[in-house]
Design a binder for this molecule. Structure first.
Ligand code: CA
Length: 473
């Protein structure tokens, strides 16, 4: 008899950085239920997004393609829902498929979820309290408000669907939380957490942006300075010097962020409990990730977008007892475009040629192919949109990161046409893990700069992103 095809539970939150998970060694919070996934399976330490912003990362995860291919380059571009996606292929192969929660890839008949037997997704970013959903239906779905807290409601919808499924067929459930995306409204249950304690500050909270290209100082995402009263749930004192403002606002911001994550963790626990009680643990691959990383006061920032580590890195933990031993770690370069190939691989479904990523199934059991990638390609397109982050692309290897701020909107929707002088940065992550000192102009690094530029260009050709010609120097 052929082996039973595994179920897939793909949990994804929004803007949850790996350094706010205790299984990644967080200094600031505990996530006991996420730790159940990591402890019972594997943790990826170098899992990266190819464009650190919500909508584009989600498009890459569904379609297995980079954003210049799926055309979802910015927050203002929406997914063409006729594109090939992994849920469609699983559905065609007999899987029961569903998505509940955050979609953020557009609404209406041309952008609503396709390839799912059932779905209910929040409009746009969605609300934390009493969220509205579009429920599966003609014309892009039917809008209805569901009372409750978003993270609880999304989990309830997921559990209800699991309970009514056909137990004879495998399933793929996408439980995609709105949390912990801005504006970080906690539920009542967790509102009292951290009230009488200070959360440790990141080492780079008071970063002065020296030693880097102009983009870092130009970014408008400094904690306190570029936050709103809604973000901080109070008026922002006008008289504080910036260093004090950052330290004060960090405490308010990070506590709300962590309260919201505590609810995510509880609700992941509810899903895990269901799988255990239903006898589904052995045959189910459970994944937890986030659409990108996030700055938790690192470099004095909130938000993401930059190719810097805290924003680039995605948490990725996976439990699949049938195939993956507990307590594993892997530090190979894995990308969001790889996720759908993994899901199809474990389901025994052929990976289509249009998918640009690669299944990392063998990495999960400690076998890294000799030709696994040694560098990854990144591109942020949304030039100077919200938060004024300059458009850039770059390459990260296990040791180095080369970034090119081309700072041009290139007529992308949502990107600003205003250009700035292009600039490069090079970081040696072994000597400068916080990326505080670009060594691009250091003559000692001329050789590695030349090597990385060649490799960057080779990657652009490989993924088919050659429309913007590299400047020299
Ligand atoms: Ca996001």
């Amino acid at each position: 008899m052929a082996a039973r095809r595994p179920n897939i539970v793909f949990i994804m939150s929004d803007d949850h950085a790996a350094h706010a998970m205790s299984c990644y060694g967080s200094r600031i919070n505990r996530t006991p239920n996420l730790d159940r996934i990591a402890g019972g399976g594997i943790r990826l330490d170098n899992c990266f997004c190819t464009n650190s912003i919500c909508t584009p990362s989600r498009a890459s995860i569904l379609t297995g393609t980079y954003n210049h291919v799926n055309r979802v380059t910015t927050l203002s571009t929406h997914l063409d829902n006729t594109l090939l996606t992994f849920p469609k292929l699983l559905q065609q192969a007999g899987y029961q498929t569903a998505i509940f929660g955050k979609w953020h890839l557009g609404q209406g008949p041309e952008h609503c979820p396709t390839g799912f037997d059932d779905w209910a997704v929040v409009p746009g970013q969605g609300r934390y309290h009493n969220p509205e959903f579009f429920f599966r239906g003609p014309g892009g779905g039917t809008k209805r408000t569901v009372p409750g807290y978003a993270t609880d409601v999304i989990t309830d919808l997921s559990l209800d669907w699991l309970k009514q499924r056909d137990p004879e067929r495998p399933f793929c459930l996408l439980c995609h939380h709105k949390a912990p995306h801005r504006p970080w409204y906690s539920d009542e249950k967790h509102a009292g957490m951290y009230l009488n304690e200070d959360i440790p500050e990141p080492e780079t909270l008071l970063d002065d942006y020296q030693g880097r290209a102009a983009a870092a100082a130009a970014a408008e995402m400094r904690v306190g300075v570029h936050m709103t009263p809604t973000d901080l749930k109070c008026e922002i004192p006008a008289e504080l010097p910036e260093a004090e403002l950052r330290r004060w606002a960090y405490q308010r911001y990070i506590k709300d962020y962590l309260r919201v994550i505590a609810s995510v963790d509880d609700n992941v626990g509810r899903l895990l409990d269901y799988l255990r009680d239903a006898g589904l643990e052995e045959d189910t691959m459970v994944v937890y990730t986030s659409d990108q990383g996030f700055f938790l006061g690192d470099h004095g920032w909130f938000d993401k977008r930059f190719m810097y580590e805290e924003s680039l890195r995605m948490p990725f933990i996976l439990r699949y007892p049938r195939e993956v031993r507990p307590g594993g770690r892997n530090a190979d370069l894995v990308l969001n475009v790889d996720f759908p190939s993994l899901f199809l691989d474990v389901a025994g479904v052929a990976i289509p040629a249009s998918f640009q990523g690669r299944s990392f199934r063998s990495l999960l059991s400690g076998r890294t192919p000799s030709d696994w990638r040694q560098g990854m390609y990144y591109r942020y397109w949304m030039n100077k949109g919200q938060h004024n982050v300059f458009a850039h692309y770059g390459i990260r290897t296990l040791r180095y990161k080369l970034i090119y701020y081309y700072a041009d909107g290139l007529e992308q929707p949502g990107a600003v046409a205003d250009r700035s002088e292009p600039e490069w940065e090079l970081f040696d992550l072994a000597n400068d893990p916080h990326e505080l000192n670009s060594v691009y102009h250091d003559p000692k690094h001329a050789g590695i700069v030349a090597e990385l530029k060649d490799e960057l260009h080779r990657l652009q050709v490989e993924v088919g992103d050659e429309r913007y010609v590299l400047d020299v120097d």
